[in-house]
Design a protein around this ligand. Structure first.
Ligand code: 5GP
Ligand code: ZN
Length: 140
C-alpha cells in the first residue's frame, strides 16, 4: 500500500536490518528496541488488522516469530521472549500494518509489562462477559 512504511520495508524500498524473509512474511529489527534484538514479523501483504491476514500467513508469522524467539534465547543475556501484537490504536498500534513483536527477555533486563488485572465481581458477571463474547464471535 502506498505510504505504508512497513510495505516499503518488505519491498526493500526502505532499509531495515533483515532477519528472515520468505514468500509470505518479512522479519526485521525494530528501530527502537525494548531490548537489543527486538524483531518485528510482518505479512508481506498489507493488512492493517491481524484479523484479516489469511490463516496460512498468520500461521507463518507465529511460526517464524516463535523460531526467532528461540534464536533470541540462544543469545547472551536472554533466556526468554515475549510475543506481542497491538491491534488498534487503543491497544497501542502505531504503525497500521499488522506486525508481531518478538522481544528478547532476560531476568535482569529491568523491563516490566504494565499489566493491570482486575478480577470479575462474581461468577455471574464473568459468565455474562463470556456469553457476550461467544455471541459476537464469528470465525469465517
Ligand atoms: P506498534 O506500537 O505499532 O505495535 O509498534 C510499531 C513499532 O515499529 C515500534 O516498536 C517502532 O519502534 C517500530 N518502527 C516504527 N517505524 C519503524 C521503521 O521505520 N523501521 C523499523 N525497523 N521499525 C520501526
Ligand atoms: Zn503496509
Amino acid at each position: 500500500m502506498a505510504d505504508c512504511i512497513f510495505c516499503k520495508i518488505a519491498a526493500g524500498e526502505i532499509p531495515a536490518a533483515k532477519i528472515y524473509e520468505d514468500e509470505l512474511v518479512f522479519a526485521f529489527l525494530d528501530i527502537a528496541p525494548i531490548n537489543p534484538g527486538h524483531v518485528l514479523v510482518i505479512p508481506k501483504e498489507h493488512h492493517e488488522s491481524a484479523s484479516t491476514i489469511p490463516e496460512v500467513t498468520a500461521g507463518r508469522m507465529f511460526h517464524v516469530g516463535s523460531r526467532i524467539g528461540i534464536a533470541l534465547k540462544r543469545m547472551e543475556n536472554f533466556d526468554a521472549y515475549n510475543l506481542h501484537l497491538a491491534d488498534g490504536t487503543a491497544a497501542g498500534q502505531v504503525v497500521m500494518h499488522a506486525h508481531l513483536h518478538v522481544i528478547p527477555r532476560g531476568v535482569n533486563d529491568q523491563f516490566h509489562w504494565n499489566w493491570r488485572q482486575v478480577p470479575y465481581g462474581d461468577d455471574a458477571a464473568r459468565e455474562a462477559v463470556a456469553s457476550e463474547i461467544r455471541s459476537k464471535l464469528h470465525l469465517d
